[in-house]
Design a binder for this molecule. Structure first.
Ligand code: GDP
Ligand code: MG
Length: 596
């Protein structure tokens, strides 16, 4: 296909503003998906995406679209919207010349609208502003056209109005994409360079890699090379997605499609890397390759210890499809054998955990998630701590924690309560702008640890659900952090150690000691529960002693009933874990670790 008739574009929006639905309508209107095969969110192919109604993986689809008598090819890239996957969004954007910036006509601009717009601007994309959901009775197209026009610097009349649900305005939008988005430019005669913007593992075909060709061309059976690793593979198949894979005789300048090389692991074909011909290698890789960096760590343990090998295999399998997933074996005195697992963020953690439980039929306990800390010791060495129980006991000179730059958008009536919340989370206000008299954008620097776990829920509840949030990494800062240990009868329960700000250590200690007091049954002896920083105890509870004698309940008599009780008690014992000399039912750990 000649580059002049190609248009590569993506749809960017805040979550739920209707990207996937608009993509559906485009597939239908261009005839790529027949009416009877149509289902909602067609491109969200993973079960978990469909159930949660969110897009996790990017998707690229080729659609024909004629304007006048000229046949054009549109490559649409549907992107994931969540902050955990920002890197994938940014790679998808780099594969395009244009972006449809979609805003819900009943909601207006939200935090990820801005974040995505800025990413698109950084990639020099032509931006087409569009209001979606104009069919909604609550839509306020006049008001938000003004807002959007003000944001990107165009006239309110330039803002298109569509409904992804009814299809209204979608044909006009396709025409406008052809008219305004520039055709790709590249050197057809140069050595091949194609950017990988997605890579997925398929049980039958191995890794399927999605690419955008920038220069030169790629053809079937050719040997290709990954520029970051120099690894060479044979191209077994190359083609386009429309909407299922269709093999082709090759991909040229500006084209978007997929490659199959027979590799079995997405890490060999990573997002952001450049593919070149092994026979005629390009000199310079396309910019942008970055190793995904895990931001949040948690211990994952099988509830039934004998499931450990299944968990290990399951993680190995998931990793084939998730270059960002990292893990290593870990043992906990309280929880047994498990893994320390690193994630991009909390959504990533939830998705991985849910897939492990569902696809591999595992029951898991996860420890309280934590961010990564750098600990500088007095002797000048530095240790990276991904597990609080590995916090160095020796002389700590300083500790640094990751921080983020957060953007919050909300109705201005909530400014006060947002400030209060951010202050309680150790945030620093960096700036504030009014998008309109009643809508404000607030910029904060916040510790990642304060924002990643329950901040969004807290923000939502303080703003009646009206605030939106986006954040990006912003380096590290030194902070006054301490490790709080929880001890049962003097023995540390490793799964409960946590690194917290000194001001919050007491609250954490009291909360944990209180929880455990309620959860651990009385023993034959008194059990002190303590929270401590080093050797200094900051909170204490006591579980009083009890002589527990289940047989006493039976008033003699019924032998078979006694036997049953004894057996039941033995059953129960198997699920007990010993912490020092204290018996703790596993349910107590699970309950104490569940966040509520
Ligand atoms: P995404 O997160 O941006 O991909 O958003 P989705 O396409 O999944 O849409 C989010 C929700 O908005 C879904 O419940 C859709 O049915 C609904 N929706 C999307 N577009 C429209 C529209 O044009 N009109 C109406 N009324 N609802 C829409
Ligand atoms: Mg979606």
């Amino acid at each position: 296909t000649p580059a002049e008739v190609i248009r590569n574009f993506c749809i960017i929006a805040h979550i739920d503003h209707g990207k996937s639905t608009l993509a559906d309508r485009m597939l239908q209107i261009t005839g790529v998906v027949e009416q009877r095969q149509m289902r909602a969110q067609y491109l969200d192919r993973m079960d978990i995406e469909r159930e949660r109604g969110i897009t996790i993986k990017s998707q690229a689809v080729r659609m024909p679209w004629d304007v006048g008598t000229t046949a054009h090819v549109l490559n649409m890239i549907d992107t994931p919207g969540h902050v955990d996957f920002t890197y994938e969004v940014s790679r998808s954007l780099a594969a395009c010349e244009g972006a449809v910036l979609l805003v819900d006509a009943a909601q207006g601009i939200e935090a990820q609208t801005l974040a995505n717009l800025y990413l698109a601007m950084e990639n020099d994309l032509t931006i087409i502003p569009v209001l979606n959901k104009i069919d909604l009775p609550a839509a306020q197209p006049e008001k938000y056209a003004e807002e959007l026009a003000g944001l990107i610097g165009c006239e309110p009349e330039d803002v298109m109005r569509v409904s992804g649900k009814t299809g209204e305005g979608v044909e006009e939008l396709l025409d406008r994409i052809v008219a305004e988005v520039p055709a790709p430019v590249g050197e057809a005669a140069a050595p091949a360079r194609a950017m990988i913007f997605d890579s997925v593992y398929d049980t039958y075909r191995g890794v399927v890699t999605y690419v955008r060709v920038v220069d030169g061309s790629l053809s079937p059976r050719e040997k290709i090379s990954m520029m970051s690793t120099k690894a060479t593979h044979e191209l077994l198949e190359i083609g386009v997605i429309s909407p299922e894979p269709v093999p082709s005789q090759g991909l040229g300048v500006g084209e978007v499609g997929y490659l199959i090389t027979g590799v079995k692991d997405v890490r060999q074909s990573r997002v952001g890397d450049t593919v070149t011909g092994a026979g005629r290698m390009a000199e310079q890789a396309l910019g942008g390759y970055k190793d995904p960096r895990p931001m949040v760590f948690s211990g994952l343990y099988p509830i039934d210890g004998s499931d450990y090998p299944i968990l290990r295999d399951a993680l190995d399998k998931l990793k084939l499809n998730d270059a960002a997933l990292v893990y290593e074996p870990e043992t906990s005195a309280a929880l047994g054998f498990g893994f320390r697992v690193g994630f991009l963020g909390m959504l990533h953690l939830e998705i991985v955990r849910e897939r492990l439980e569902r696809e591999f039929d595992l029951d898991l306990i996860s420890t309280l998630p934590n961010v990564v800390y750098q600990v500088q010791l007095d002797d000048g060495t530095e240790v990276e701590v991904t597990n609080p129980s590995e916090f160095p006991g020796g002389k700590v000179a300083s500790i640094t924690e990751p921080v983020v730059r957060a953007t919050i958008l909300a109705p201005s009536e909530f400014i006060g309560s947002i400030m209060e919340l951010c202050q309680s989370r150790r945030g620093t206000l960096k700036g504030m702008d009014y998008l309109s008299p009643e809508r404000v954008e607030m910029r904060y620097t916040l510790p990642l640890a304060e924002i990643v776990f329950d901040f969004f829920d807290a923000l939502k509840s303080r703003t009646k659900g009206y605030a939106s949030l986006d954040y990006e990494n912003d380096g590290e800062q030194v902070a006054d952090l301490v490790k709080v240990d929880i001890l049962l009868q003097g023995d540390t329960v490793d799964a409960f150690s946590s690194i917290v700000h000194r001001d919050k250590a007491y609250a954490y200690g009291v909360m944990m000691a209180g929880k455990l007091k309620d959860l651990i049954p009385r023993q034959q002896f008194e059990v002190p529960i303590q929270a401590a920083i080093g050797s200094r105890v900051i909170a204490r509870e006591t579980i009083r002693a009890i002589r527990k004698d289940v047989l006493a309940k039976c008033y003699g008599g019924d032998i078979s009933r006694k036997r049953k009780l004894l057996e039941k008690q033995k059953e129960g014992k198997k699920r007990m874990k010993m912490v020092g000399s204290v018996e703790v039912p596993q349910e107590a750990f699970i309950a104490a670790l569940s966040q509520d």
